[in-house]
Design a protein around this ligand. Structure first.
Ligand code: ATP
Length: 225
């Protein structure tokens, strides 16, 4: 569902060559939740950006679903991002002037669904995330946990193959984190999306199917030992 093959990424700063990904391989299945746990600066965001087609690797291949994306034009990458990849960030990035429902409708309408179809699916997703009653509220009228549940609903609105999350509960208190994480888990299981979730929260990481980390430019199983 998501596969990285021999992916390389490095940055050159003056005399220094900083290798972030070095012939890195990784794959995950539909419905799987994988935690990405690594120290600050190890390259988690870089990896998520490459997997999410926001950044191109220096070499290697990224597969989304069955599609190899290496030869894609920028337009094809944007199209694949819109239709096949969902993103959740530490801060919700909801559009402040729109209601929760409209925020979840937005990506679907950009992908060509009618207002009626988008609204029906958005309402269903908000119900599923147990915030159906807040559908008409704007983000500023919602709690942090509620905002993040709307952001998750928005990320899966187009039924993506892959969900990429960068510290999705990083801005929430521990109780709310668990609540949001439970909602995210239920959605992943129900939708069959492959979810790669970068987190510093070891407790949440250990509740996922697998935990991986970055070591010497490779993506390897994490050992919390
Ligand atoms: N465009 C860039 N040019 C130069 N160096 C970069 C660039 N982007 C990232 N880096 C460097 O690559 C390394 C990995 O960065 P990245 O943001 O992927 O780390 P991270 O694991 O997500 O960190 P954090 O947990 O702090 O967000 C860092 O040392 C960073 O300074």
């Amino acid at each position: 569902m998501l596969k990285l093959e021999a992916v390389e990424r490095h940055f050159v700063q003056g005399e220094n060559r900083l290798v972030i990904l070095d012939q890195a391989d990784f794959s995950m299945e539909s419905g799987e939740m994988v935690a990405l746990v690594a120290p600050s600066g190890a390259g988690k965001s870089t990896l998520l950006h490459i997997a999410g087609l926001l950044e191109r690797p220096d070499s290697g291949e990224v597969y989304i679903g069955d599609q190899a994306c290496g030869t894609f034009t920028d337009q094809q990458r944007t199209q694949t991002r819109r239709n096949s990849i969902g993103f959740v960030y530490q801060f919700h990035h909801l559009l402040p002037e729109f209601s929760a429902l409209e925020n979840v409708m937005m990506p679907q309408m950009i992908s060509g669904l009618s207002r009626r179809q988008a609204s029906a699916r958005a309402a269903q997703l908000l119900d599923y995330m147990r915030i159906g009653k807040r559908a008409e509220h704007r983000p500023a009228e919602l709690s942090g946990g509620e905002q993040q549940r709307v952001a998750i609903a928005r990320a899966v609105a187009n039924s993506p193959h892959v969900l990429l999350a960068d510290e999705p509960t990083g801005n929430l208190d521990p109780v709310t984190s668990h609540y949001v994480f439970d909602a995210l888990t239920a959605l992943v299981r129900q939708s069959g999306v492959a979810a790669l979730i970068a987190t510093h929260n070891h407790e949440l990481a250990q509740r996922m199917d697998r935990v991986v980390t970055l070591a010497d430019g490779k993506i390897v199983p994490a050992d919390f030992g």
